[in-house]
Design a protein around this ligand. Structure first.
Ligand code: CAA
Length: 254
């Protein structure tokens, strides 16, 4: 399928989704959000793709498109919401990485927050500046940022609107890695993840994501059922046999 605001390339088993509105620092407009949702639907059924990277041309994304929002009334603002698209990416059954260079602001940072793994380089500036526009983060930021870095630091970022650099983001636990070249590092990490057993990865991701929304007893029960279902896969047998036979496992995704 052809896209206007994003591009999809494949690097062996990795799908690379690039945000491409560089003239607006990749500000997320309605069309880009629709295309993002569409591309993740396409990648979900692509069996050759084992992990996905989201990145941006020059910058990651400087937030939701402010031109689109200026004249919104509350109903229009709610309809503009990114929540369906971001929920799809968060629940995507394969690992999703964000490779962040330049600005990752507002809805751009919130997009990075729904990814499983964030890698930034020294050009990155990460922040939630919505407060300076008379609003606050409305694409999951008030939930996902405090979960990741704690309420105190999240409030600092959301109330002040001040961006942080990649070194600070690493110290906060907002990114997993700081690299010289965010995309090159993300490709290497994605290749490592693509070599893991996909069913176990998918189930581990589901358990971690769903545990946030469950009470502890239910979360442990959910984990136990998901964990047991790994034993219905060939990859479980292969992983354990390879350990016993002192060789590298060859996972097939079955
Ligand atoms: N929406 C629309 N256009 C944007 C944009 C955005 N979020 N961010 C940047 N642009 C546009 C600028 O208007 C400018 O366009 P023109 O050349 O046509 O004037 C172009 O991108 C380049 O931007 P600047 O000239 O401003 O570049 P700069 O280097 O001087 O500054 C910046 C960069 C600090 C990121 C600045 O552009 C900026 O502050 N952008 C807005 C960031 C922001 O507030 N993001 C939050 C948006 S609200 C949101 O995301 C809501 C939500 O929670 C879902």
């Amino acid at each position: 399928m052809a896209y206007d605001c994003i591009s999809l390339t494949r690097h062996e088993m990795i799908g690379i989704v690039t945000l491409q509105r560089p003239q607006a620092l990749n500000a997320l407009n309605h069309q880009m959000i629709e295309e993002l949702e569409q591309v993740f639907m396409e990648l979900e059924t692509d069996e050759k793709v084992k992990a996905v990277i989201i990145t941006g041309e020059k910058h990651f994304a400087a937030g939701a498109d402010i031109n689109d929002m200026l004249d919104f009334n509350p109903e229009q603002a709610r309809a503009f919401s990114f929540r369906h698209c971001f929920a799809r990416i968060e629940a995507f059954p394969k690992p999703v990485l964000a490779a962040i260079s330049g600005f990752a602001l507002g809805g751009g940072l919130e997009l990075a927050l729904v990814c499983d793994w964030r890698i930034a380089d020294n050009t990155a500036r990460l922040g939630l500046p919505e407060i300076n526009l008379g609003i606050f983060p409305g694409a999951g930021g008030t939930l996902r940022l405090p979960r990741l870095i704690g309420a105190a630091r999240a409030k600092e970022m959301i109330f002040s609107g001040k961006p942080i650099n990649a070194q600070q983001a690493l110290e906060y636990g907002l990114i997993n890695q700081l690299a010289d070249d965010a995309l090159a590092e993300a490709i290497q990490t994605a290749e490592m993840l693509a070599s893991k057993p996909p069913v176990a990865l998918k189930l581990a991701k589901q358990c971690i994501n769903q545990a946030f929304d469950m009470d502890g007893v239910k979360a442990i029960e959910f984990e136990s059922v998901a964990w047991a279902s790994c034993f219905a896969t060939r990859d479980q047998r292969e992983g354990m046999k390879a350990f016993i036979e002192k060789r590298k496992p060859e996972f097939t995704g079955t």
